[in-house]
Design a protein around this ligand. Structure first.
Ligand code: GSH
Length: 257
């Protein structure tokens, strides 16, 4: 039996946060899911499974309308909604399926808490753990703006672009500043704040691949000056991404960065 089960669309950088951490601290994470367009065919549940056509009907008791990132009908069980009141993926579960953990940063925390090994991934003291939390929380606004921005890249408005630029500048400048004083984001050791930083920022940098669509609407990619504007943050991202525990999951996410 695994320590944690995660249901999600795949691949998903939010899931990689936990998988990378698990590789560093010896936790077994089971991942169940499918490519994004196929997740509408799945029953969202601890025992998630692909539904046959005959069970995918609008009068199904599981049918619900997608709210964020998914349009159309999704099939979520009542038990799934009890465990995951916001109805989102990645959706993590305790091994018996009774406790739902949502929000990728919380799933990341649950992963390292499940470890029996002596690791510093959540800091070494209560205060260090709180400092790790500070960075995870600071990243939430960035993550939310990036979600809206990346989903709407082909049809971006000036307001969305400006909000994204501000959230990016705020989050990444803090990371760059922190790295003036210590080797890693939160402490002098690798923590889950570094892992969340690499996955969230790496995902955001994908905007550069959509430069053409942005230019068509009169916008520039926000992260174009990343290397020069935030040199410490850039070097930290690329050196962590090269480590096997990261590279095994990130794959080609940072290609060309
Ligand atoms: N901040 C959340 C984001 C989760 C989220 O918004 N997931 C969306 C897909 S990107 C979802 O599950 N939507 C379900 C729906 O549309 O009903 C995290 O980091 O886990």
């Amino acid at each position: 039996m695994s320590d944690i089960r995660i249901f999600s669309y795949l691949p998903n950088p939010r899931v990689w946060k936990s998988l990378i951490a698990a590789d560093f601290c010896g936790v077994e994470v089971e991942v169940v899911g499918d490519r994004p367009p196929n997740l509408g065919k799945w029953l969202w549940d601890f025992d998630a499974r692909e539904l046959p056509d005959s069970e995918r009907t609008d009068d199904s008791s599981h049918a619900r309308t997608g709210r964020r990132g998914f349009s159309g009908t999704l099939y979520k069980t009542d038990k799934f909604m009890k465990a995951h009141p916001y109805g989102t993926v990645p959706a993590a579960f305790s091994p018996d399926g009774e406790i739902g953990v949502f929000e990728s940063n919380s799933i990341l925390r649950a992963t390292v808490r499940a470890s029996m090994q002596d690791h510093g991934l959540y800091g070494r003291t209560e205060f260090e753990a709180s400092r790790v939390d500070s960075f995870l929380d600071a990243g939430l606004v960035f993550g939310r703006e990036a979600q809206v921005y990346l989903l709407g890249l082909n049809d971006i408005t000036a307001e969305t672009h400006a909000r994204m630029a501000a959230a990016y500048e705020f989050y990444v400048s803090g990371i760059d500043e922190a790295l003036k004083h210590q080797d890693y984001v939160a402490t002098n050791e690798l923590t889950i704040a570094d892992i969340a930083y690499v996955c969230d920022t790496g995902q955001f940098l994908r905007e550069r691949r959509s430069e053409e669509a942005l230019l068509k609407n009169g916008f520039k990619a926000i992260s174009l000056g990343f290397e020069d504007d935030y040199p410490r943050a850039y070097r930290h991202l690329t050196s962590l991404a090269a480590r096997p525990e990261f590279a095994n999951h990130l794959g080609r996410l940072l290609e060309g960065v």
